[in-house]
Design a protein around this ligand. Sequence first.
Ligand code: GDP
Ligand code: IMO
Ligand code: MG
Length: 430
Amino acid sequence: MINLFEQYKVQVILGMQWGDEGKGKIVDLLGQQCDMVIRFQGGANAGHTVEFDDKKYILHLIPSGILRPHLTCVIGNGVVIDPESMLEEIDSLESQGYEVINRLFISRFAHLILPYHKMLDKAREILKANHKIGTTGRGIGPAYADKSAREGIRVCDIIDSEWEPHIRSMVEQKNQLLAQYECKSIQAARILDLVKQFREKIIPTVTDTRQLVYRARKAEKRMLLEGAQGTLLDIDFGTYPYVTSSNTTIGGVFTGLGLGPRSIDRVNGVLKAYTTRVGNGPFPTELTDKIGDRIRENGDEYGATTGRPRRCGWFDAVIAKYAVQINDIDAIVLTKLDVLDDFESVHICTGYRYRGEEMNEFISDCSILDEVEPVYEILPGWRTKTSDIHAYQDLPENAKQYIERLEVLCGVPIQIVSLGPSRDATLWKT
Ligand code: GDP
Ligand code: IMO
Ligand code: MG
């Protein structure tokens, strides 16, 4: 295994498609080489899977680094924290023998997701009828909306002694809104209880994470910044309005942590060897036929947060190139190549046909994307089991040809290839 952190002290892991690229596995893998793992955006809408020693863990809010006991974990100001979800996650980790509180730092300035945010998220989806986003129902949109409206409740607001009246008045205001959606009102006492419990648990972890991360940078600590979701779910660059409510691309690092752009030494993009999406919105290479079903079954493509079947399709190089450009990707981690092991041929989308013209650049305009037809290049499959292969040169020739073609189309080296969910099903290309 190459030690990437000897040269690059601060690295980012970002999803390059619509999420679920396998970021959790890669964060866990590279976590072996660093000192800190840091989340900077999103919330419990994320579901990051890590598998080792025949055990499977799904992390939603706590950085995936928590499963490596030597790592310090940080949740930056850009994350939206659901106390219910976080308490559950901490309990579950502690009950499995993981120390959490002594290794976790939470930003004073992160915003909270309270039960009314989740109720509003679901109510708004119901009202959207045929135009549902297909959210995770975790209250992400309403919580970021409150943050932008300057009405959010931050971690520091519940640490101060006078926190109860603030929450009570917010619950009153949200109950009026819930009534407009014909939803039941929520009891302030229930929220106060939840916040009390949360507060007691996390008070020792609360700090100004900006300072913590800045000092760690100065002390040359090795840091891995764990992105959630993927480039195409970004609020600005994704397939709006079918996106999440945070910047999932590189910009989210700077606003979500307070680190400067020159502090980032390397950006690693994670790409699945095909494409998936959960929730609604355009998906040019989607396969609604038996091939799509076969990818879903081979890849066990069911949401880690909601259990929903993921929509599946061929690899889309137009999207991958777009993600390379936005995020300044230095190297790619290609995951789930093994899922394509039994296909006779593999297709790569190299462009779109739109109203008779070929397009090679992605444009995040749903009205255009709904109409485009993918243009495919077809390569022969390898029809060989790859999950037990440990050296790049031992991969079947057709698998190498596929990887190297993706590399050329993306214009960035593929450095790591993942061939299974576990830590050891991974190989280094360079
Ligand atoms: P994340 O949200 O990007 O962390 O990805 P998820 O955890 O939601 O989804 C990725 C799924 O693929 C998880 O079930 C992983 O255990 C699994 N996985 C990761 N890498 C590989 C791989 O190379 N091959 C296979 N077959 N599964 C993988
Ligand atoms: P990870 O980090 C895949 C999708 C939802 C929906 C849209 C908006 O595991 O890759 P939200 O609840 O955020 O308002 O939903 O975004 N979505 C994800 N899809 N992986 C994720 O995270 C996702 N987080 C949100 O399905 O389409
Ligand atoms: Mg996921």
